[in-house]
Design a protein around this ligand. Structure first.
Ligand code: TRP
Length: 336
């Protein structure tokens, strides 16, 4: 840690509603791994939040352990960071209740993610969905976290977290909570584009456009060879259209600088063959993803080990949560 960097409390979570992909890796996991070296980190799996949109998940533990395996495969270390399941920390729910007591219907209804989900699924506008931001605030503030590594789409939720924290402090005349900040691009968060030439990699752009950390080499190769390109540049040094820029962006994250320069130069001289670029990209992508995939498989096969990690995380998270909750109960006026 350098002198200018202060040790912070960091907290973030991922919902176990799908397999993790390259976008999650570069947008979240890789940053988590870096931050565990320098800060007090709490990384959890948001398996309560899942129910807001996926009320009957079947085996939520199974889904959560897949994410846990990916956390470990990416390099999170249970001795450095606190890694746990949200549902192993019911203290969060007590704090959630207190925040719900002074979260207003109007402000919750105005949240963009809420409005989007109402539009997508008008038959399941449940109270959990409405109070998604108060649960998220509880996740973060139960550890008094000051920094929250999340993407842009979570900034509004973070703003609400600050609102609830400040409101609580004012209401009970006590400086219980910090006002946490999102940390995104400042920490080198890299955007990963979808393979279909539009938008970012993720659930919304579909399976074929997304490289999952659990994709086998043959699948990775096939997806990349089918990625959208165009008929090629017609003028020297012309600007790259989005789908081509996206291929270069992927190259930049998994290939060497020389490789990127090599294809960039061919592009600028109108001599590029996208088939060659894609073949190289596919090989470099496989070399990148395959070791992670192998480690995910190993961790997934060792449920006893995953459970030990979860138990260790649960205990550490509980300690921190208990401290906060005792203080919260005290300032409201409950018996401790
Ligand atoms: N809402 C986050 C997402 O969908 C997941 C999440 C839940 C979270 N609780 C959190 C992220 C607390 C950071 C901190 O990505």
């Amino acid at each position: 840690m350098t002198d200018t960097q202060k040790r912070e409390i960091v907290c973030s979570g991922i919902r176990p509603t799908g397999n993790l992909h390259l976008g999650n890796y570069f947008g979240a996991l890789r940053n988590f791994v870096r931050m565990q070296e320098e800060h007090d980190c709490y990384f959890f799996i948001a398996d309560y939040h899942s129910l807001t949109t996926h009320p009957t998940p079947g085996s939520i533990y199974g889904d959560a352990s897949k994410i846990m395996a990916a956390y470990l495969a990416a390099g999170l270390d249970p001795d450095k960071a606190t890694i746990y399941l949200q549902s192993d920390l019911p203290e969060t729910i007590e704090l959630y209740l207190f925040f719900n007591m002074n979260a207003y219907l109007g402000e919750l209804e105005r949240v963009t993610s809420f409005k989007d989900k109402v539009r997508q699924n008008p038959n399941n506008v449940n109270a959990g969905l409405l109070t998604y931001p108060t649960l998220m605030a509880a996740d973060i503030l139960i550890h008094k976290a000051t920094r929250v590594p999340v993407g842009k789409d979570q900034e509004q939720h973070l703003e609400m977290t600050r609102t609830f924290a400040g409101r609580f402090n004012n209401m009970y005349h006590a400086e219980v909570f910090p006002l946490p900040q999102a940390i995104g691009s400042a920490t080198g968060l890299v955007k990963i584009p979808a393979l279909n030439g539009a938008g970012k990699m993720g659930k919304s752009e579909g399976e074929a456009s997304t490289i999952f950390l659990t994709d086998e080499p043959s699948v990775v190769r096939k997806k990349i060879m089918k990625a959208k390109s165009d008929s090629g540049p017609t003028q020297m040094n012309q600007q790259k259209p989005e789908e081509i820029e996206n291929l270069f962006q992927l190259l930049r994250v998994v290939s060497t600088e020389e490789t990127v320069e090599y294809f960039d130069d061919l592009y600028n001289r109108c001599q590029i063959r996208y088939g060659d670029l894609k073949k190289q990209l596919a090989e470099d992508m496989v070399a990148f993803v395959e070791p992670i995939r192998q480690r995910i498989i190993e961790y997934q096969a060792d449920d006893a080990r995953l459970r030990r990690v979860m138990d260790q995380g649960k205990e550490k998270a509980h300690e921190s949560a208990r401290r906060t909750l005792d203080e919260v109960r005290h300032v409201i006026g409950y018996r401790n």
